[in-house]
Design a protein around this ligand. Structure first.
Ligand code: F6R
Length: 608
């Protein structure tokens, strides 16, 4: 979703801004622009399309010597992708340039008011009103003006602003949208995300909701929501730029799939002590699990799919009832949750608007909250009562792979911990599970050797219009994620069904040539799934069976078998998903899709 970058220093701003924008490309966008303070005036250059086009436009205009400016990648919400709707937006008197991430809910009312006062609105965006409103309130103190703006605007925002009368200075504030300030030497940056600042520094400040900052080449001053100067902690990025680069791979997605063993290892190994899960410092103590009535998992998309696997595992090992709910539904459902419940929020970015809102709803009702989060110091990580970081490192491809893999691993540890604390899993069993979890990275390495087979299967089926995924129990949960991966990367229509559910209607869609991918990785359910497979095969489907069992492709049950490493069904979702991610990847490549930045998608969904 939209990206913000700002720079002030002693060198030229344009190359730094462009580099930052390139680093934010992965978030998804459809137009981009920059604004600079040059000779006491504000210059903007904007374009629909890719950063490369903006880069070319800036080069063809040339002559930008400014050392202070802001840039933006826009992911259209209000108004089509176009040059005029692209950010930065200028105030009516052209003295203020502003970039905005988020959605301003009361922009229509403000727009009408501004129009009535004679302001000229040029774009269809909600963001532009903020630039005019800033002009209206501005009496020479940008921080005071930003605080006024915050009181007047409803919705979510991160703003970065430059003002023609303040060369070398940038101002910013945020609410419900991430914003960090990169601390360099004699130069500083503003950004919505860490990769944009790594060209300059690894040190950064996280701005909290309601705070505002003045950023100059020599310093950063942060103010609270009533304008008092406050001290902020300086964080250090623990990963380097190479983790956020392709490192010889054709796409980030395949690089990140190949990084799954490391992501899982880094997530679980520090948390297994004396053969048992050690999660107390994440807020998951034995006492917590003993005292709770139920667990509510809330998340969106793939993170929710990880939650579905987590639900099966936690219930199995602990017999504590678990719900796994789409965050955008949970937040408006007046959920039955209270002080006796635990709410687990799962989020790679830690910034997903619906997930954050669901967590706040759970907190408001007295539930204890724990975040399973990848991005350090993100909103979810800071707001949850406890946080279990998934140490997957930066995930750049829009479609999640390694973060999902590490979410599953984290949830297995939670399941064992809950099982042990509730008394439904013995210490001996818990140790056995933990030993299996510790072996996961090695098993995923093994799994990745299936790469060539999946590439071949993709070459056979990449031009089909529909595909179905089926499975039972944990395979059904994994099938949801397998299907989502295919949809988002290849744009092929696909659906995931519980094996036993297909016959209640959807089987009417199965005909000769429909591809059905069946996941059968739980020996207790093999027979059941195989009979579902037979029923689609009998109707002409081309069947790929993903299994850890001993099946042969016989043309009667299935056409192809993808044999994943053997484990107990406890971990099978981690192993069945790897070939499914590879399949989606190679199908997408064969169809010539934009793998790392699929159409219409954004990495971090910070709007409702
Ligand atoms: C799909 C995907 C999305 C995210 C979802 C939640 O590949 O990445 O479905 O899982 O948008 O995002 P986070 O985990 O950042 O809350």
């Amino acid at each position: 979703m939209c990206g913000i970058v700002g720079f002030t220093g002693k060198r030229e701003a344009v190359p730094v801004l462009l580099n930052g924008l390139y680093k934010l490309e992965y978030r998804g966008y459809d137009s981009a622009g920059v604004a600079l303070i040059q000779d006491g005036r504000i210059e903007t250059v904007k374009t629909k399309g890719r950063i490369k086009e903006l880069d070319e436009k800036l080069q063809s205009i040339g002559g930008f010597k400014s050392t202070c400016g802001i840039g933006h990648t826009r992911w259209a919400t209000h108004g089509e992708p176009s040059d005029v709707n692209a950010h930065p937006h200028l105030s009516d008197n052209r003295t203020i340039a502003l970039v905005h991430n988020g959605i301003l809910e009361n922009y229509l009312e403000i727009r009408e008011m501004l129009k009535a006062e004679g302001f000229h609105i040029k774009s269809d965006t909600d963001s532009e009103v903020a630039a005019h409103l800033f002009q209206k309130y501005y009496k020479g103190d940008p921080i005071d003006t930003l605080l006024k703006l915050s009181h007047r605007l409803r919705g979510a925002y991160a703003f970065a602003i430059i003002s023609a009368d303040r060369p070398g200075e940038m101002f910013c504030t945020r609410r419900d949208n991430p914003l960090i300030i990169g601390i360099g030497e004699g130069e500083n940056m503003i950004a919505s995300d860490i990769p944009a600042i790594l060209q300059m520094t690894r040190k950064f400040i996280v701005l909290n909701d309601g705070e505002a900052a003045r950023v100059t080449p020599d310093g950063v001053t942060v103010y609270n929501d009533i304008g008092q100067v406050i001290e902020k902690e300086i964080n250090t990025v623990t990963w380097d730029l190479s983790s956020a680069e392709k490192g010889g791979y054709e796409h980030f997605m395949i690089k990140e799939i190949m990084e799954e063993p490391k992501a899982v290892r880094d997530t679980v190994m520090p948390r297994i002590k004396d053969g048992l899960p050690a999660l107390s410092e994440c807020g998951l103590s034995d006492d917590l699990f003993r005292g709770i009535r139920g667990i509510h998992i809330v998340a969106c998309g793939s993170a929710l799919h990880a939650g579905l696997v987590g639900k099966v595992m936690i219930e199995k090992l602990s017999r504590i009832p678990v719900t796994a709910t789409i965050a955008s539904e949970f937040r408006y459902s007046d959920p039955i949750i209270g002080p006796d419940d635990l709410c687990i929020v799962i989020s790679q970015s830690g910034e997903t608007a619906d997930t954050l809102a669901a967590m706040r709803e759970a907190k408001k009702k007295g539930a204890r909250t724990v975040g399973v989060v990848n991005v350090v110091a993100s909103n979810a990580a800071r707001e949850a009562d406890g946080v279990l970081y998934t140490w997957a490192g930066p995930e750049i491809a829009v479609a999640t792979t390694k973060a999902y893999a590490s979410q599953l691993a984290a949830l297995y540890l939670i399941a064992v911990k809950a099982g042990l604390a509730s008394g439904h899993t013995t210490e001996e069993e818990a140790k056995k599970y933990c030993a299996e979890i510790a072996r996961l990275p090695e098993l995923i390495e093994e799994d990745l050797k299936l790469r060539e087979q999946l590439q071949k299967l993709a070459s056979l089926y990449y031009n089909r219009d529909h595909m179905f995924y089926i499975g039972r129990g944990v395979d059904c949960a994994a099938a949801q994620e397998a299907s989502l991966k295919l949809k988002e990367i290849s744009y092929i229509h696909s659906e995931a069904y519980a094996g036993g559910e297909l016959k209640h209607g959807t089987i009417s869609l199965i005909e000769k040539g429909t591809v059905v991918i069946a996941l059968a990785c739980d020996p207790a359910l093999y027979e059941k799934t195989i009979s579902n497979v037979k029923s689609v095969k009998a109707r002409g489907a081309d069947v790929i069976l993903v299994t850890n069992g001993d099946f042969k492709p016989d043309g009667e049950v299935c056409d192809h078998v993808v044999k994943i490493p053997e484990t107990s069904s406890f971990l099978s979702a981690s192993l069945s998903i790897v070939p499914m991610q590879l399949f989606a990847y190679y199908v997408g490549v064969a169809r010539g899709c934009d793998i790392d930045k699929p159409r219409n998608l954004a990495k971090s969904v910070t709007v409702e």
